[in-house]
Write a protein that binds this ligand. Structure first.
Ligand code: HEC
Ligand code: HEC
Length: 212
């Protein structure tokens, strides 16, 4: 049953060239192109909530990101990257493998409906001001003035994300350990010191959460 599902997914992925590039735009059974059913996604998400929590808020200790309210396309892309090994995540791999392309679209559609929390993990605040200056100079053009990201360009929203998670992602990207990192973003953070990473992550963790 599980094998059959995986086979379907592999065939679906093989049938498209979308996964060759970082911003896949191919045709075929691309889960990015499937309309998600949030109701079915809620059911599938039950198994995910063991790690990501029912709220989707993850953990401030940096091990689990906030997945709530994130752009649907961003969530789908990350799941596909985890499945195809573009983003190493051995802990979650079996769960990515257990989903059909439709279930990926469905869970993503569900996660976008979950709310952000103002209680996300924050930095010390000591260098948040310098961090905001770095953000405005180097990050805003892509991630947006309010950290809102850009769904069409598969740029993640950073508002409400945990400080320690962002700090770790930036350090891992700089070290070349996150294979799906954006090439133009890498050019920017290559020269960042640990202190720069700490400061900018602190600033981003404090971006105000919009009222909806
Ligand atoms: C055993 C724990 C575990 C389970 C179960 C799990 N995940 Fe994850 N997931 C993780 C971890 C850990 C990360 C972050 C890895 C990292 O830091 O690079 C992650 C990352 C993600 C991301 C990327 C988020 C981002 O902002 O980049 C998505 C989307 C995701 N998971 C969806 C799911 C879905 C959907 C399920 C259920 C089918 C699921 N996960 C089940 C551990 C888990
Ligand atoms: C050229 C556009 C661009 C610029 C400039 C840029 N980013 Fe990004 N960033 C991206 C994209 C695209 C991704 C998602 C990559 C992927 O698909 O995994 C990303 C991912 C991230 C993530 C990981 C989010 C997650 O949920 O895992 C963080 C944190 C981040 N960026 C912070 C920054 C910071 C801080 C700066 C400025 C120093 C910056 N970015 C500059 C495009 C950019």
């Amino acid at each position: 049953m599980k094998t059959a599902k995986l086979l379907t997914l592999c065939l679906a992925l093989a049938a498209t060239t979308a996964w060759a590039g970082p911003h896949g735009a191919g045709g075929g059974a691309d889960p990015l192109k499937l309309k998600g059913d949030a109701k079915n996604g809620e059911e599938v998400y039950e198994v995910c909530s063991a790690c990501h929590l029912a709220s989707g808020i993850g953990r401030p200790d940096g091990t689990l990101p906030v997945v709530s309210a994130q752009h649907k396309a961003v969530l789908v892309k990350q799941m596909v990257d985890i499945l195809t090994g573009h983003r190493d995540n051995p802990t979650m791999l079996p769960f990515a493998q257990s989903m059909t392309p439709q279930e990926m679209a469905d869970t993503a559609a569900y996660m976008t409906t979950l709310k952000l929390s103002p209680k996300n993990g924050k930095g010390s605040g000591k260098n948040a001001k310098q961090g905001m200056a770095l953000y405005d100079k180097d990050c805003k053009t892509c991630h947006g003035a309010k950290g809102e990201g850009n769904e069409a360009k598969l740029i993640p929203m950073l508002t409400g994300q945990h400080f320690k998670y962002m700090q770790r992602q930036l350090a891992e990207m700089r070290a070349g350990k996150r294979k799906n990192a954006d090439k133009d973003m890498l050019k920017v953070i290559k020269s960042y010191s640990d202190a720069d990473i700490e400061a900018v992550s602190d600033a981003m963790s404090r971006l105000p959460i919009p009222k909806k």
